[in-house]
Design a protein around this ligand. Sequence first.
Ligand SMILES: [Zn+2]
Length: 231
Amino acid sequence: MRWEKDGLAVEVLFSRAGLATQILVRIDDLNLLFDAGDGALRDLLRKGLPPQRLHGVFFTHGHADHIAGLYGLLGYLRAEDHRGLLKVWYPEGSKEIETILETFRRCYRGTIPFQVIAHPLKDGETIFLGKASVLARSVKHWNSIKGRPLTPAPAMGYRVEFRGFKVAISGDTAFCPSLIELVRGTDLALIEATLNEEATNDQKTFLHLTQIKARELGQLAKQFWLIHVSM
Ligand SMILES: [Zn+2]
């Protein structure tokens, strides 16, 4: 899936619930990854875009299917003697992401040629990247085992704006009011659609959107794609 308008390009490199999600957003010559699940490095290299050309990664939350590729990206950059910067934005309190970064630093202290700038995000924070901006909004996505919600997870959806064009990325989320604000009026919305109608009320309330709910939300955007569907 690929979309492009006036220097803003969006491509879903891969997205399946529980497996991996990685979305490439290019803003002129700025390359951003939204989530880096398993295979993110492979998917980037296959596109002819080595991670050295990544400006940074925005994580929606710390679950494995969204972060498992982070360590691979870091290791590759080190092995390639990358001398630049990698920015990592993530929802404040995502222990998983902070632990991966810390583990990498601890294993290779003194021999990491590039700099990682970690930036925990608060609800409503906007990151300005040249003429583009990325708004972060908290969404509702709990930790779970086998579809059983356990505890709330720090989770965010994003809204990218550039030259008047707007793109929303829902992240993993059950229905919540901030989703309407993120998606309404966008040119393209990437909306998670993990559940089918047979899902339990708990799953619908705390974990994910159903395909029907995701489509309903998509009507608020000019165009929408359903992502993060179940295998
Ligand atoms: Zn997920």
